[in-house]
Unconditional design. Structure first.
Length: 59
């Protein structure tokens, strides 16, 4: 995996913009797109878990 490909895969931004950038840089747009989709799907699941862990409950 090239550094530029990993950077695009985990950089914030729109999936279409990053896929087009990957194509223009001759990188794998499927790799970049798959990681963006995974990031988009994981955030709604991870944020409540992190909030529950970080914010103590008031009694």
């Amino acid at each position: 995996i090239e550094f530029a490909q990993a950077l695009l895969a985990f950089a914030p931004g729109g999936i279409e913009a990053m896929a087009l950038m990957a194509i223009s840089l001759d990188l794998d747009p499927a790799y970049v797109g798959a990681h963006h989709i995974a990031r988009i799907l994981m955030m709604p699941l991870m944020i409540p878990l992190a909030a529950r862990w970080l914010i103590p409950r008031k009694e």
